[in-house]
Design a protein around this ligand. Sequence first.
Ligand SMILES: Cc1cc2nc3c(=O)[nH]c(=O)nc-3n(C[C@H](O)[C@H](O)[C@H](O)COP(=O)(O)OP(=O)(O)OC[C@H]3O[C@@H](n4cnc5c(N)ncnc54)[C@H](O)[C@@H]3O)c2cc1C
Length: 430
Amino acid sequence: MTGRIVHVIGAGVAGLSAAVRLVDAGLNVIVHEAARAAGGRCRSYYDQSLDLVIDNGNHLLLSGNHRALEYLGRIGSLDKLRGPRSAIFDFADAQSGERWRLRPNAGRLPWWLLDRRRRAPGTTLSEYFAPLGMLTAPSTATVAEAMSCAGPLYERMWRPVLLAGLNTDPREGSAALAAAVLRETLAAGGRACRPLIASEGLSPTFIDPALAFLKARNATVRFGERLRAIRFESARAAELEFEAGRKALAGDDGVLIAVPPRTAQDLLPGLEAPDEFRAIVNAHFRIAPPQGQPRILGVVNGLTEWLFAYPGHLSTTISAADRLLDRPREELAAEIWREAAALTGLPPGLPRWQIVKEKRATFAATPAQNAKRPPSHTRWKNVALAGDWTQTGLPATIEGAVRSGHKAASIIVEMRACAPQARTATGVSP
Ligand SMILES: Cc1cc2nc3c(=O)[nH]c(=O)nc-3n(C[C@H](O)[C@H](O)[C@H](O)COP(=O)(O)OP(=O)(O)OC[C@H]3O[C@@H](n4cnc5c(N)ncnc54)[C@H](O)[C@@H]3O)c2cc1C
């Protein structure tokens, strides 16, 4: 590879979306990934106990996640996201067995609230406007300080929606982050909240097509390459130290760091970053979903929060699940299956199962942690930062990861345009 190079460190969604942007801007890109596969917290893998390829965790996108959809469009896999034509959310109460379906109308004017059949049962109109207070809340406010966290609609809609969006108990969650999610989805009308899932799996949708895109454009992706340290010289990164050896950087080579916050802090001295995390527990069962099972079912009053139906298996998600990390996996599988069997009408006998506990699934979306998120610019001229935990204005989501990747890529592109070596004789960047 000749010419100036951008080294992207980390091949999660943030690193890959940045690499795609950089390649599109005509730069030479090398992606260095510590693991043997790409995808980070958004990946598929073969699971021996199930004898199936599964995702590390169920991921839900909404049609208002515009940057994530744009990324998929660019790498050619937008058609792999599946979902209903309109915003439909099926819910069940695990205790009473009651079922309901939320059906926001497509436009911004929320006339669906006037139709009881489109709302959650037993709720009043005014409860739907409870989050309005979050739109003007200060950045230090929690959701509980900005809206009432009690009542039928809180339990039947706001709590499940905000818990899924923040991966943090909404009562302690940041009102600003919750408001950002709602502003871009529910408040933008049903058109922006069609639920979308990667039904063929996360890697075939978000990761493998990006790797193919990069390869086809002569970018390099290297696996098993952990960056251990960066040597800095006069406010620039001058050398990268990988486990396998060192790589000296040329004058205007760029470095785009897209690793988890703790690793970024080891690499970039003095970097402030979130340091509190929340777990997500997923249970996977190898059993075909029954006919007519919704692709996504929200569950209240149970241990399970979301039940996802895939061809050949069922999976459940429990967010902010730190309380479950020490529970024996067999016990969790049995308890979750009891609920899932009751919700689907499938036999009570436990099918082949797997429990995946992602201990640090996301940073805790509290006001205090949100305040620790760094910008994409760093104090080093040729280093930019990406990751769902940087200042994206959103909680830790794929949409946030893609935005962070795009932002960091723009910084590197601009940096290159400003670098003295990149100027032509007339002083205009090529
Ligand atoms: C169980 C679970 C469920 C989720 N559900 C949803 C959902 O429903 N909707 C949604 O939008 N989001 C969801 N998320 C969040 C989403 O997965 C993340 O926001 C996104 O994947 C973060 O991408 P990232 O690139 O910022 O970080 P990561 O995926 O963490 O990528 C960082 C990469 O850097 C690599 N790396 C680390 N150290 C080094 C080093 N020293 N050198 C080189 N490489 C290194 C890692 O191996 C990794 O590949 C979920 C996350 C989890 C865990």
